[in-house]
Design a protein around this ligand. Structure first.
Ligand SMILES: Cc1cc2nc3c(=O)[nH]c(=O)nc-3n(C[C@H](O)[C@H](O)[C@H](O)COP(=O)(O)OP(=O)(O)OC[C@H]3O[C@@H](n4cnc5c(N)ncnc54)[C@H](O)[C@@H]3O)c2cc1C
Length: 395
């Protein structure tokens, strides 16, 4: 074999197709009984594989400068590749999905392409150890494989039930690579709250994250309340920063603004106007005209307000603060089992990003989530897995 690819997720399959199209003989070793188990779960099984709006801000990585070059050089490759395997993309508000809205369409196209290119796929094949002598020796439950070059595409540590249980980190550590702390990202955030009455409530919000009292990032979108935490895409998009911050013992606060449709400074004026317009309404009646009644209940409970209080008699600044700057202090994230990706991994400085070859070990290549690159929601992670797979061996 010219290359053995360890791991048959998106990054491994794309690397295999890319190399086989250049005439290389490829074997994929995949521990599961089928390829692309995680791919099938993506985008609620619709597979949001890429995005029209690509910028450095959508990613976290160990070296933004190197990654910026990588993005510039490779962002045009993703759609062409998807089309080249016969999948017609659909652009929904900038988010790319397969036209069928089914992840299985992408997986089947990858599998057909691998078959047509005569890539040897070995399933139920758990790689246990890798050594480099004159060739790479790959020890598995199905015997020892030998190869001139090897691609590690074992993913990270998120959703380990799909196969990515972190073994890949052990392999690359054995080749002297460093691993930046691996933590959950695109995940729920929890704190010391009792939101039981709010559980399941979805509300449009602006979330503003402060780290050690410094404003870091703002996200607009739908927030979902949990028993003692928050979820939803806007939460997920802050979770990587919070995860890393908590690990470094930084103080994290997210201010929830429940009135995204109005300028914060105009809230008091707005409520004055509502009271004028609706003179018989209590504060509760007014608030329930634009806010879920369960959130109104929470505000009343926290401020110990009487049910029939009028806005003009209420502690206006306190009400306003809870409406537009409700402090949520996260003190933990969901587990790795429950996070969509990990943040952390092999620093990209240790890889030649033109070829994905290790700078430590010749003929060793790393692709996909094992590297310290993670994106926000919106197709950026699959996009990176695809770009890195297409880069193996150079272009
Ligand atoms: C629920 C969910 C939804 C998501 N939705 C999206 C989305 O809509 N858009 C998006 O961009 N990203 C999404 N992601 C993230 C995206 O799926 C990952 O970033 C991407 O799949 C990473 O690809 P990969 O090939 O690097 O790793 P993986 O997909 O994890 O593949 C690694 C493969 O290696 C195999 N393997 C590991 N160790 C061994 C071993 N020792 N021997 C043999 N085989 C091994 C595993 O079995 C696995 O098949 C989602 C993730 C989850 C969990």
């Amino acid at each position: 074999m010219d290359y053995v690819i360890v791991g048959g997720g998106v990054a491994g399959m794309v690397a295999a197709i890319n190399l086989a199209r250049r005439g290389k003989r490829i074997t994929i070793l995949e521990r599961n009984n089928k390829l692309g188990k995680k791919l099938l779960l993506t985008g609620n099984s619709r597979c949001n594989f890429w995005n029209q709006n690509i910028s450095l801000d959508c990613y976290h990585t160990s070296n933004q400068e190197l990654f910026s070059k990588f993005l510039n050089n490779n962002q045009n490759l993703v759609l062409d590749f998807i089309k080249s395997i016969g999948v017609i993309p659909k652009n929904i508000n900038g988010y790319y999905y397969p036209y069928t809205n089914q992840a299985v369409t992408v997986l089947n196209a990858l599998i057909i392409t691998l078959k047509n290119l005569q890539v040897n796929v070995v399933l139920d094949c758990l790689v246990e150890q890798i050594e480099k002598k004159d060739k790479f020796l790959i020890y598995t439950n199905k015997g020892i494989y030998k190869s001139n070059k090897i691609v590690i595409a074992t993913g990270g540590l998120s959703y380990p039930k799909t196969g990515s249980d972190g073994k890949g980190y052990k392999f690359v550590k054995g080749f002297n690579h460093n691993i930046n702390k691996v933590l959950p990202s695109l995940c729920k955030l929890y704190g010391d709250y009792n939101f039981k009455d709010l559980k399941g409530v979805r509300v449009d919000t602006i979330l503003t994250l402060y780290e050690n009292n410094k404003k870091i990032k703002e996200e607009i979108g739908e927030l979902l309340f949990l028993d003692d935490g928050i979820s939803g895409i806007c939460t997920f998009n802050l979770s990587g920063i919070v995860s890393r911050g908590l690990n470094l013992k930084k103080q994290e606060i997210i201010y929830l603004n429940f009135l995204p449709f109005i300028n914060k400074d105009k809230v008091i004026k707005f409520l004055n106007e509502q009271e004028k317009l609706l003179p018989n309404y209590t504060l509760r009646d007014i608030l329930e005209g634009f806010l879920n009644y369960k959130i109104v209940n929470l505000i009343f409970k926290l401020l110990k307000l009487k049910d029939n209080i009028k806005w003009s008699n209420a502690p206006q600044d306190k009400v306003k603060d809870l409406l537009v700057s409700f402090p949520f202090i996260p003190n933990r994230t969901s587990s790795l089992e429950d996070s969509q990706v990990v943040t952390g991994g092999v620093p990209i400085e240790e890889i030649n990003l033109d070829t994905m070859e290790s700078r430590k070990i010749k003929d060793l290549y790393l692709v996909g989530e094992i590297l310290d690159v993670d994106g926000i929601c919106g197709g950026y992670n699959l996009g990176f897995a695809i770009m890195s797979g297409l880069r193996v061996g150079g272009r």
